[in-house]
Ligand binder design. Structure first.
Ligand SMILES: [Zn+2]
Length: 76
């Protein structure tokens, strides 16, 4: 699809790193599947991936971690 941020690039399937902050906690999730703009680098997540990402980050926060780097887990 065409990038809506720079309006020039086109998105290609790739991987990105997402950082989520909640209060004192910072969760970094690597290898998140996304559509990435080949011009500006903007990453677009599908709704299913966004939900998964949030769930995984919330699980880390619920476990009481303050800083965690994890790899995105694809839903079974
Ligand atoms: Zn772009």
């Amino acid at each position: 699809m065409k990038c809506i941020v720079c309006k020039h690039g086109h998105t290609k399937p790739g991987r990105m790193t997402s950082t989520l902050e909640r209060g004192e906690a910072t969760i970094v999730v690597k290898d998140v599947p996304a559509e990435i703009c080949d011009n500006c680098g903007e990453a677009y997540l599908s709704e299913a991936v966004s939900v998964q990402l949030l769930e995984q980050a919330e699980a880390g926060i619920a476990a009481g971690v303050e800083f965690d780097v994890r790899r995105y887990q694809t839903a079974a």
